[in-house]
Design a protein around this ligand. Structure first.
Ligand SMILES: [Zn+2]
Length: 279
């Protein structure tokens, strides 16, 4: 299903809250009723969110034939052109997890998670869906780079930090491995962050590396899917469009350039049942 109507990254948290019946004050993001109805139809009990760093909308379309698992999820479920509110990772992930714009949650660097929380105890715009879930008795885990995990320690069931690695494919593989452990523990809401495309976007000059990163992300998602329970809803989204764009947009079409400037990312949503059914 290719859905073109307005969807934003800030809609993810309230939509998950609606699906998993997590109590959370209504944020700026809106509940996506198509996804909410779909989840109800598929009797969704668990949610897995895979944040794929730098998976822009046009980049996904460009890489799709190298990503058979994501492509299959997109064709059996929903594929959105989704607005990201930030061009860097931390504020964007904070928006995905809180349902607020960066101007509202004020989390621009990881250290802000702690600073802003102290400042704004009364305003709850820094609080993530994982914490609201945890408070509603829903087991919630985050698997993310070590500093980010440290900031969430004690606030959710399990904040699992991945030490930075020179080999970003190894980093993503470790993230996958520890995420599978969380899946096998029966955790209801799991969020993880795969970073290889972003690393290569900064450090490489060749599409071969971006494609290699895309393929490895697809393999990681494939491996996660093998362990997921039925009745799980999977969200796969970018956080922002690709960095060092001057290298990557040289042969881009006008549409691709526009999508990059608009900071549109890919959002794929599918239930495990729909993924396994219908061949
Ligand atoms: Zn990023």
């Amino acid at each position: 299903m290719n859905s073109e109507f307005d969807v934003e990254l800030i809609d993810i948290a309230p939509t998950i809250a609606n699906i998993l019946k997590i109590t959370m004050p209504e944020p700026t993001g809106k509940i996506n009723s198509a996804l909410s109805n779909y989840a109800q139809k598929n009797k969704v009990k668990k949610v897995l969110v895979v944040i794929v760093d730098s998976l822009g909308y046009s980049l996904y379309n460009h890489l799709e034939h190298n990503m058979p698992t994501l492509s299959c999820l997109a064709s059996k479920g929903f594929f959105y052109k989704c607005k990201s509110p930030a061009t860097t990772t931390t504020p964007s992930i904070a928006s995905i997890l809180t349902g607020y714009y960066p101007s509202e949650h004020q989390i621009n660097f990881t250290k802000d998670i702690i600073i802003e929380r102290k400042k704004t105890l009364s305003s709850l715009k820094t609080k993530s869906i994982l914490e609201w879930g945890h408070q509603s008795g829903i087991a919630s885990s985050l698997i993310i780079e070590a500093e980010g995990a440290k900031a969430m320690e004690g606030l959710i069931d399990n904040a699992i930090g991945i030490p930075d690695s020179k080999d970003i494919l190894e980093f993503d593989a470790m993230t996958k491995k520890l995420s599978i452990k969380e899946i096998l523990r029966g955790t209801t809401l799991i969020v993880l962050h795969l970073r290889s495309i972003d690393r290569y976007a900064h450090r490489s000059n060749t599409w071969i590396d971006i494609i290699k990163a895309g393929k490895s992300i697809d393999t990681n998602v494939h491996d996660l899917l093998k362990h997921l329970d039925s009745n799980t809803l999977i969200f796969i989204c970018g956080d922002h469009t690709i960095h060092s764009a001057e290298k990557w947009l040289i042969n881009a079409t006008e549409n691709e350039k526009t999508s990059h400037i608009q900071n549109n990312v890919a959002l794929i949503v599918c239930s495990t049942d729909e993924f396994l059914n219908k061949g």
